[in-house]
Design a protein around this ligand. Structure first.
Ligand code: ADP
Ligand code: FRU
Length: 293
């Protein structure tokens, strides 16, 4: 069991399951609806808890009715919330998710106006009790400062950063991390292609050249994931071959949790990729994150 701090956002996910993705201006009836806590950091924490670790979540919460649902959900996974910063009078970020039961695709419309987690709140966390620190690559200037504080206060504790969306200066979060977890969207936004196709290998090689001290991993949906180690060797793991993809919401967050779990056990990169594709695949074959392991 390791103690893991995850820094990032919580959302209220309102998930409508539909039989085929609706066209614009259509009116369709959902076959099911679920309302629960989401957000990359919180999803990753929920999976890490199920893998036997003790997670603390550092992020902001509003004090509205939705935040009570978010809190209850995280509490049900026994995620520690001591570091949470409450924004009085704030509104919980919401994601309206359309889950296509024919393909498992999840289309997300996200709205947030809640302030991001502050540097002041982060400075109050006692980092000495943690074995791993994981950050969402957002709120760039403040997160960069948090990474620097962590490096200064607990240099031996590994830091991972998820780089999911192309944001201004997000690359500045790569320096000093032990592990960088990229999304396919981010890799594609960097524009490296092999013929007509986006090229995860060229992307990872470029990242490795710019931060050679880190391991770099990029998940690529149904094609699995690629990784590059400090020696520059590129590895690939195929995705699990699923007869039916039920729900891909949070697949990347599950993948990241499984990678952190494998790194905590000091597994070689090839095994990390294999295990993470296995668990993320299992997630795609079921609804939600509960009962994954
Ligand atoms: P995100 O949820 O961030 O968009 P990805 O789509 O890259 O992340 O998915 C993360 C991981 O989930 C992939 O590396 C893969 O292992 C697994 N996965 C995603 N889609 C599928 C699928 N259709 N079949 C099997 N595994 C999948
Ligand atoms: C899935 C997810 C959802 C959330 C959205 C936030 O990866 O974390 O739970 O609504 O992404 O961007």
């Amino acid at each position: 069991m390791a103690r893991v701090l995850v820094v990032g956002i919580a959302t209220l996910d309102i998930i409508n399951t539909v039989d085929g993705y609706p066209g614009e201006d259509a009116e369709v009836r959902a076959s099911a609806q679920a309302v629960r806590c989401g957000g990359n950091a919180c999803n990753t924490a929920a999976v890490l808890q199920q893998l036997g670790h003790q997670c603390s979540w550092a992020g902001t919460l509003a004090d509205d009715a939705s935040s009570a649902i978010i809190r209850a959900d995280l509490a049900s996974y026994t995620v520690n919330m001591d570091a949470v910063q409450v924004v009085r009078g704030g509104h919980s970020p919401t994601s309206y998710v359309t889950l296509n039961q024919r393909t498992g695709s999840r289309t997300i419309v996200h709205y947030r106006d809640l302030p991001e987690y502050s540097l002041t709140a982060f400075q109050q966390i006692d980092l000495t009790g943690f074995d791993w620190l994981h950050f969402e690559g957002r709120n760039v200037a403040q997160t960069r400062a948090m990474l620097d504080i962590a490096r200064h206060r607990v240099p031996a504790v590994p830091r991972s950063v998820e780089i999911e969306k192309p944001r201004e200066a997000v690359e500045s979060l790569c320096e000093g991390a032990k592990l960088l977890l990229y999304s396919r969207d981010y890799a594609q936004s960097c524009g490296l292609t092999n013929g007509e196709m986006h090229d995860p290998v060229a992307f990872l090689q470029t990242q490795q050249q710019s931060v050679p001290t880190a391991e770099h991993i990029c998940s690529w949906a149904g094609q699995g994931a690629w990784g590059i180690g400090r020696q520059g060797k590129v590895l690939h793991s195929p995705a699990l071959d699923l007869p039916c993809v039920m729900d891909t919401l949070g697949a990347g967050d599950t993948f990241n949790a499984a990678i952190i779990h494998a790194k905590l056990a000091d597994l070689p990169l090839a095994d990390c990729l294999r295990d993470a594709c296995q668990l993320a695949g299992q997630k795609c074959a079921q609804q939600g994150l509960r009962g994954l392991c």
